[in-house]
Design a binder for this molecule. Structure first.
Ligand SMILES: Cc1cc2nc3c(=O)[nH]c(=O)nc-3n(C[C@H](O)[C@H](O)[C@H](O)COP(=O)(O)OP(=O)(O)OC[C@H]3O[C@@H](n4cnc5c(N)ncnc54)[C@H](O)[C@@H]3O)c2cc1C
Ligand code: SF4
Length: 471
């Protein structure tokens, strides 16, 4: 479990990120490293931003609505009770009268940081509705059932380095302690490197390496939940579940463009919970020339991360970059999380290079399609107008993507899906996949809440099988 005494909130030495090499290609290569996945008991939820919007029901059926993208194998009604269950377990704060779904939050909103106040001002001026954001962050202390005591948010701003008070919800302080209380055993610091199969092709054991020793663990069923890159990578390395050739295809991310500007006032965006304001108004913009839409959120980014983003996404380098960063205290930004359609050619494959465990490294080729480019252009215009109305000067955009999604699509076997609607491999009936890799489409909402809800649904469907003698 995350123990703050073992980690540092210093962004230059934080050790929660998955930093092993991944090769990145295509016209819009994805930046891997700290921004894209984590490691340890709790995974990326140890250092996620806890921005927790619900999936928009229309996004689950985007293909039916627009002819583009891909429908999920189930709709909102099949997911709603699991979304509510996740929100209750993890603890979500938000506005009393949330404009996009009424009053549903157990905790009052966390305090806004300075960029959130600026975003509210700009939004009012341009006629955009905003609200305190849904955040998996406790605004009050909590002691609940089999989960550990969690203190309230102290607005330190170190969410991406792991939360010191436990205010931020993640698997480590919610579902995992509950699982342990029900008999689960966690084997930390272990890497699964192989599986064994019986003559019928079912998985019968996993091999993992821990402290340089290999161990074997028998299993009746295997739930592979290694994340949007590692799950397809492991399946490809093992030659497993890929008769359709679909493993690794339809790799997605979110369009996560940001707009930055300089303010007269002190913004000190390293302080406070970063993503405290949201607008869902652009989930279906009236003047859109693209399918789907995007969320808008206020930001708070630490200096070194910011410098990397500016260099990569805005081409700032040398003296101009240093000049921007000298004024860090007066800089502030807003950003989007935008739909990304699945494309066959956006694909994770294996490179010829191997890692220290002897597994071939992942290579991800990714390019925006026409839909992503149009959405991006729309967002740049909207955000720039909003930021100018908020009083920002020297406004500039930063190209950026976020999250690793797809590669093991959920759907119908007849349609080449890798897993069925219950998360079970269409080829191996005791292999389940349960992470961002199974998303058939990216959705405009940030992924974690949906992912946890899908995980609960998958668990429910599996238990149903065991109860009905189907397993
Ligand atoms: C910096 C950052 C900020 C984010 N902010 C938000 C946000 O504000 N809102 C939101 O909705 N989403 C956010 N996300 C995304 C969210 O965290 C992910 O969508 C979610 O955690 C993905 O879960 P996962 O189970 O697919 O993968 P992960 O959380 O990456 O979990 C995979 C786990 O598998 C382990 N693993 C991998 N390979 C092996 C192996 N061979 N053997 C053993 N273990 C293995 C890894 O160590 C890791 O613990 C953010 C992500 C990052 C990185
Ligand atoms: S800002 Fe709040 S949620 Fe984020 S790390 Fe600090 S205490 Fe935790």
């Amino acid at each position: 479990m995350f123990d703050s005494a073992e980690h540092t909130p210093d962004e230059t030495t934080a050790d929660l990120y998955w930093m092993e090499e991944r090769l990145s290609g295509g016209q819009d290569p994805i930046a891997f490293g700290a921004n894209n996945s984590g490691q340890g008991v709790g995974g990326s939820l140890l250092h996620w931003g806890a921005f927790c919007p619900r999936p928009d029901p229309r996004d689950l059926a985007l293909e039916s609505e627009t002819g583009l993208g891909r429908d999920w194998p189930f709709g909102w009604d099949a997911l709603a009770s699991y979304i509510e269950a996740v929100e209750a377990v993890v603890g979500v704060s938000g506005a009393m009268n949330y404009p996009w779904g009424g009053s549903r939050f157990a905790y009052p909103p966390v305090m806004r940081n300075a960029p959130a106040h600026a975003m509210e001002k700009g939004a009012k001026a341009v006629g955009l509705t905003v609200s305190d954001a849904p955040a998996a962050v406790l605004s009050r202390d909590r002691l609940a059932g089999t989960t550990p005591f969690r203190g309230h948010c102290i607005n330190c701003g170190a969410c991406h380095q792991g939360c010191r008070t436990g205010a931020k919800g993640g698997a480590d302080n919610s579902f995992l302690p509950m699982a342990v209380a029900s008999g689960a055993r966690i084997i930390a610091n272990a890497r699964v490197i192989d599986v064994e199969r019986d003559v019928g092709g079912r998985i019968k054991a996993v091999i993992y390496r821990r402290h340089e020793q290999d161990h074997r663990l028998d299993c009746r069923a295997l739930f592979l939940c290694a994340g949007g890159v590692e799950t397809p990578r492991l399946l490809l390395n093992w030659g497993l579940g890929n008769a359709s050739g679909e493993v690794g295809r339809n790799f997605m991310t979110h369009v996560a463009t940001q707009v930055w500007g300089q303010f007269d006032a002190d913004m000190s965006m390293n302080r406070g919970y970063p993503s405290s304001l949201i607008s869902e108004q652009m989930v279906r913009p009236r003047d859109a020339d693209f399918a789907g839409g995007y969320l808008i959120q206020s930001l708070g980014v630490m200096p070194v991360t910011l410098a990397g983003g500016f260099a990569r996404g805005a081409g700032l380098w040398g003296a101009p970059l240093v000049e921007r960063l000298r004024n860090y205290r007066r800089l502030a930004g807003i950003g989007i999380n935008g739909e990304c359609l699945p494309h066959d050619d956006n694909r994770l494959t294996l490179s010829d290079e191997v890692d220290d465990l002897g597994l071939r490294k992942a290579r991800i080729d990714f390019s925006y399609g026409e839909n992503e480019r149009r959405l991006d252009a729309h967002a740049r215009k909207t955000l720039t107008a909003l930021w100018a109305a908020a009083g920002a000067q020297d406004i500039f955009a930063v190209a950026r993507s976020a999250h690793t999604i797809g590669g093991c699509r959920m759907g119908d076997k007849s349609d080449g899906a890798v897993v069925d609607a219950d998360g079970c491999s269409v080829e191996i009936d005791n292999l389940y996949l349960c992470d961002n890799s199974v998303f058939p489409s990216a959705l405009s909402a940030n992924p974690a809440l949906t992912l946890m809800a899908v995980a609960l649904r998958t668990a429910d469907r599996f238990l149903h099988r065991t109860r009905t003698g189907d397993f």
